[in-house]
Ligand binder design. Sequence first.
Ligand code: DON
Length: 303
Amino acid sequence: MQFQLLLEDIVATLRPQLGLAGQVANYIPALARVPAAQLGIALRTCDGEEAHAGDGTTQFSIQSISKLFTLALGMRELGEALWERIGREPSGNPFNSLVQLESEHGIPRNPFINAGAIAVTDRLVSRFDARAEMLAFLSSLCQEPVVVDQEVAASEAATGFRNIALANFMKSFGRLDNEVTAVLGAYFHHCAIRMSCLQLARATGFLSRDGAHPFTGAQVLTERQARRVNALMLTCGTYDAAGEFAFRIGLPCKSGVGGGIVAVVPDRLTLCVWSPALEHSGNSLLGMKALELFTAKTGLSIF
Ligand code: DON
């Protein structure tokens, strides 16, 4: 398949819509300043073929896409014990909602809502320097140094009142082992990592290769674990839009409020799209359209 031409065609088709609809995340001040009229796309196949178009090599704030790698590290480090304090059901609620935590005794519905990622981060903080370990993990996966945008991290820490509330709430139920400030410090740093579509297409490669490292072939996760991450992406990776994603796109996806979305075609390729303007659930508006065009034109779907 001529992936390079296909990606260029998708960007050319959507470019006239740039800046027309959606809104850049504005609850994190440093993200509100990102120009909306940007669109990038990149992919890497299981055979190592790569393609990118538009702003596919521009770095952006990965935000909740980091939750994918937090989960992978949590699975690698804790195995089944990870699931003692976290569920595996879609929340059907906004990603930063507090409501279910009360009735469900401080156990988040899944690892991809904010509360869930904070709970997994707590387990990582108990084991090692979670900030450094995440950067080392991502740098290994995409074979390039990966860094944190300190301005975004500081901006989140200064305005992350909902996350602070979520963490304190879980702490009140005895569900966090570490100090709230230590856990949130790592969580905010993970969200503030900067990567490009191409780097993310590379870094997620283990999810299309049954857990095998995209460059070295070493097992990052077991085959079963990698499949389970994909299952969670499909059911929970895009919050209360997960049904819409399955219906329109038909691939496991994980989004972030920086406007990035990664998608997995098992045994074929991983793909990342980025455009900062979001729809109401916090998913990139043009990113969704780009993925929809990709699956329509290629026929690639897990269904
Ligand atoms: O904690 C937050 O609210 C942000 N750092 C991440 C939220 C996010 O990306 C949700 N994704 N769509």
